[in-house]
Design a protein around this ligand. Sequence first.
Ligand code: SF4
Length: 388
Amino acid sequence: MSGEPLALYVHWPFCVSKCPYCDFNSHVRAEIDQVAWREALLADLAHEARLLPGRRLTSIFFGGGTPSLMEPSTVAAIIDSARTHWEPAGNVEITLEANPNSVEAARFADLAKSGVNRISLGLQSFDDRALAFLGRAHSAREGFAALQTAQKHFRRVSFDLIYALPGDTEDGWSATLAQALSLGTSHLSLYQLTIEPGTRFASMVARHEFEPLGADAAAALFELTDAMTSSGGMPAYEISNHARPGQESRHNLTYWRYGDYAGIGPGAHGRRLGRRTVRHRKPENFIGALARNGHGVAEEAPLSAVEGADEALVMGLRLREGVDPDAIAERFGLPAIVAWSRVERLVDSGHLKREGSRIALTARGRLLLDHILGEIAAVEEPRALAVG
Ligand code: SF4
């Protein structure tokens, strides 16, 4: 596996406050010992590096949580260490997620100096009422100011918006999208609001404090998004991610194309050499595990051929470029991973397109990803053979 590409994910688990829709591994703490956290993340990184020698580092992604709350010197130390452990590829993509407020924007210059070359900004909305509903700590005005600062310091800037909020209309979302496309970034992540179990929004919906937007209205907004971003030169390359050609997130493409990635920091998932890894989620447990074991791994297990192939299919179908199920089957030593007769039926019904053995969702199919996966992956005979 020497020289094989490798992506590195670094999870910073802290936020200033908890957003009501958030089910990420994020925690609010009165005090954070930055030095202790730097040492912990560097030790966790060294553990992965020992198990993955000789790899070529293609991307680093600082996610969270709110990684723009990390000291830039900690970010720099992790980047430098990763570049020492692994041979960096020619142009390593180094992304950091940031919240758009003035405190964090003030750090952008230092983060750029530390080696970050791409920023992903959580704008979420251009409307103060929507931002208040989403429990965000920034205003629309602060968001625009942070975006300008980001564009001054980073050549590659992406931002996130959340749509399909209660009461969202096609006219309103179309005006927001037109504005988003005019802001000069090369990448957009556009997520529909989903009510995740265990979040404050889930309790509010259960208490009938608000009604989520209906499925038909949300689907209409998704189709509008597809049409407007395509004509605006930023088509979807994944269900929720849009980019100008060549500006796709290389790091996320590694996930979706089922490449290896090391995941360090609390709750981080990783996939290395056919094994899945999960770190301790709670920051205190993660630090405790590092002190005891020299790494933060909570669980590690080999992926079976069927699990690996299923994941590769699920991930790959999210991409506009689609996947080659026969190549996945060959990679995992399985006779087949899809029922081609069912694939053909979905091609006939306009939900999938097929070129040779490569398949991809159509615009219509993208609304029904889970359903389609259930249909095509339900392969009785070969699967039964493979599982045994
Ligand atoms: S800032 Fe991001 S990670 Fe933190 S609570 Fe809000 S949505 Fe979750």
